[in-house]
Design a protein. Sequence first.
Length: 253
Amino acid sequence: MNMRGICIIGFFTLTLVLGCTKSSKLPQSAINTQQNRSQSGEAVYPHSDKFRTTKAHGLEYFSNPEVCKGCHGKELDGGSAEVACNSCHGIFPHTTEFKTTTTHGTEYFKNKLSCTQCHGVDYKGGDSNISCKKCHPYPHEAKWTLPTNHGATYLETSDTTKTCAKCHGEENSLKERHPEEFISCGTCHPKIPHDEDFKYPSDATGEHATMARTYKGQCTLCHSDYKRLMPEMGEDGCYSCHDQGKLPTVHWE
């Protein structure tokens, strides 16, 4: 076969191959990045199954979001790839308004696990490196329910109206928006926080004596060693006023 015949066959072969190859419809900016490598070691494009179905693509986005936008659009709404982030992640990418407490807080209560995909199971940042606790102390850890944790923190906080009461106060927007999620101090504790007169016995305008007799011993949840969580009482705790091992009596000075 002469050279002319070889060239003709080669031309038709190339035409056939190109004709059977599906157009990627990728913009030049995306084509220029196809050979880039992600942190996970996977090619940016075409994506492997591992890249698409694991946190590898999330790591790639957080390390270089512009690469993703080359195919998936500036707003990550599909672009030339016609695959949007929110086709799998319902609320991502976040809008500007999402940063407000009323918006992202509402989404958190709808599906708490969805937040963990990017912010970690402990909500301390995860792959996004953005921790919930950068702005507020919520979500609380499991051990937070122990009196030694939340009770001590309450006593150590100088202005609880800006911290605890912001979510747990009887008058706040969280109670109005999500009554099923609302938890106040009174949900578990009667007369918490105690007012100034609570420390005195009932016959002296106070209430703690009556409460101690009717609260089924649950005072010990916070005061089990008779001094815990009562910093103003010093080392003696209850025994500052009551004799140890005897019926409650008050030493009036």
